[in-house]
Design a protein around this ligand. Structure first.
Ligand code: NAP
Length: 485
């Protein structure tokens, strides 16, 4: 059914099928980053509310795990249809709290629906094995079962789709969930409660709690009823959560920070590379984990690439996400702007040159100009630090080996991109890059059909693809003896 945006904007938590306030009555303000105005509030829940949500999810798990995969798939398809019927309203809500352009927000909501549909189908293909037995009178079965209650913690940059990648496989496999959305963008997370309720999921199967991150996080990590933590966010918080889950030996999936390199070789199609660079850098104002953090361009085409990228960046339309034609919205907050300014100041003090943008946008608030920086060198902070803003530092290199070494010189290993017209080089470079996602002559590669996930300090586990459901399953070996054969 078609609903208004306000229908999805719940200022309450969803626990055991009821919409509730925090025990303390305390709330958190939610601010629109495009104008600094408060849109509304959400409960500031803590340990007690989280524990109740976990207990509700545990009770719900006992019956939910016994439902058939076909039944769960039907409910997930209803959920998919509810999202797509309300794509515009959900996208508008997302823009209001997150700031991205309406076109990008619609894309994100569409992606959320696509994850749900994908896992509706994958849940019906959770196959076990019948293994040839070494004993004549025994048979060996290997079965897959849902892990139980899962705790899901998500970031503010993709508040809808990051939860879709977790709820989809969890619900399809027969798990129940307690989710904690980011405090800056809680409404797109709470909207999942509205959608699941209306699609007909039983009470307690999905619970959404907002509030004090460390209290909610600690309870999710330490409560023995929770059997898996799935987290998307910074590497720093991810490491803390891994440590905290050790006490109860939970499964963990971690989608953490990135430091994506984008390499352009002399033999590349430069215009195609510039087009890919714009998409891979300025999407969501540079605030994605797979956004390019470092451009490495071969000496022979360096000046041309910088010139074309700067011209393309300057053409991007900056504005409120809800305005027609906006390509880049505001950054999430003042802190994000200050970080970008610090990184630019560090680079220019070490000899870098600003060739596009470089300053706050005349619109004020947290709007920043799409920026290109040439003469970047490895001693500058963005060589190692995630920028998370619309700044494109361009480094120069001479040889293929040098480019691979520079690209790999980071603790992160999420996404990387490179452009070349040489097939042999494409394979050499692809095999040389220590990254979980590789775009060859493409700047946007995420899709529900493929496994998404980082290497090194960018994370553990995969989301999407047929691999994405594995982390929600326990494997059990069953030996049936005494068959008298
Ligand atoms: P963040 O600060 O790590 O926060 C992510 C989530 O963790 C939020 O819900 C936050 O809650 C919560 N949190 C913070 N401290 C916590 C604690 N001590 N215990 C439990 N939960 C805690 O990250 P962010 O700034 O929102 O997101 C940006 C980061 O996410 C970037 O590093 C980006 O690369 C990464 N990211 C990775 C992927 C991927 O798939 N690999 C995708 C998107 C983003 P509050 O909001 O209440 O503080």
């Amino acid at each position: 059914m078609l609903q208004k945006t306000s229908h999805f904007m719940r200022q309450a938590n969803f626990i055991d099928g009821a919409w509730v306030k925090a025990d303390s009555g305390q709330t958190i303000d939610v601010v629109n980053p495009a104008n600094g105005q408060t849109i509304g509030t959400v409960p500031r829940a803590g340990t007690a509310e989280t524990r109740r949500a976990i207990e509700a999810a545990d009770v719900a798990f006992r019956s939910w795990k016994r439902t058939s995969a076909d039944h769960r798939a039907k409910l997930l398809r209803k959920l998919h249809d509810a999202i797509m019927d309300n794509q515009d309203a959900l996208a508008e809500l997302l823009v209001m709290e997150q700031g991205k352009s309406l076109a990008e927000a619609k894309g994100e909501v569409g992606m959320s629906a696509a994850y749900i549909l994908w896992y509706a189908e994958e849940g019906r293909r959770v196959y076990g094995d019948v293994v040839p037995s070494p004993w004549a009178d025994r048979r060996i079965l290997v079965t897959k079962e849902p892990v139980g209650v899962i705790g899901a913690i998500t970031p503010w940059n993709f508040p809808s789709s990051m939860l879709a990648r977790k709820l989809g496989p969890a619900l399809a496999s027969g798990c129940t969930a307690v989710a904690k959305p980011a405090s800056q963008t809680p409404y797109s997370g709470l909207a999942w409660g509205v959608l699941c309720e209306e699609a007909g999921f039983p009470k307690g199967v999905v619970n959404i709690v907002t509030g004090a991150a460390s209290e909610i996080g600690d309870e999710l990590c330490e409560n023995p009823l929770v059997r898996k933590i799935t987290f998307t966010g910074s590497t720093e918080v991810g490491k803390t959560l891994i440590k905290k889950t050790a006490g109860t030996v939970k499964k963990v999936s971690m989608e953490l920070g990135g430091n994506a390199p984008f390499i352009v070789f002399d033999d590349a199609d430069i215009d195609r590379a510039v087009e890919g660079a714009i998409a891979a850098k300025y999407r969501n104002s540079g605030q994605t984990c797979v956004c390019t953090n470092r451009f490495f361009v071969q000496a022979g085409i360096y000046d041309t690439f910088v010139e074309k990228l700067s011209a393309a960046a300057e053409k991007l339309k900056v504005g409120s996400g809800l305005e027609e034609g906006t390509q880049q919205g505001p950054l999430i907050d003042e802190k994000a702007i200050e970080k970008v300014e610090e990184l630019i100041a560090d680079a220019t003090s070490k000899g870098a040159k600003v060739t596009a943008g470089g300053a706050r946008h005349p619109l004020g608030g947290s709007f920043f100009q799409p920026t290109v920086i040439s003469n970047a060198t490895p001693d500058m902070r963005f060589m190692q630090e995630e920028i998370f803003g619309p700044v494109a530092p361009v480094f120069r290199f001479e040889t293929e080996e040098e480019a691979i070494n520079l690209a790999n010189d980071t603790v992160f290993g999420l996404a990387c991109y490179f452009y070349t017209g040489d097939l042999g080089r494409a394979f050499r470079v692809m095999e040389g890059l220590k990254y979980g996602l590789v775009g060859v002559n493409e700047g946007i590669i995420t899709t529900v059909e493929a496994p998404f996930g980082g290497l090194k300090e960018s994370g553990l586990g995969k989301e999407g693809g047929h691999q994405g459901i594995e982390d929600y399953l326990d494997t059990k070996y069953v030996c049936i003896g005494g068959l008298g054969l």
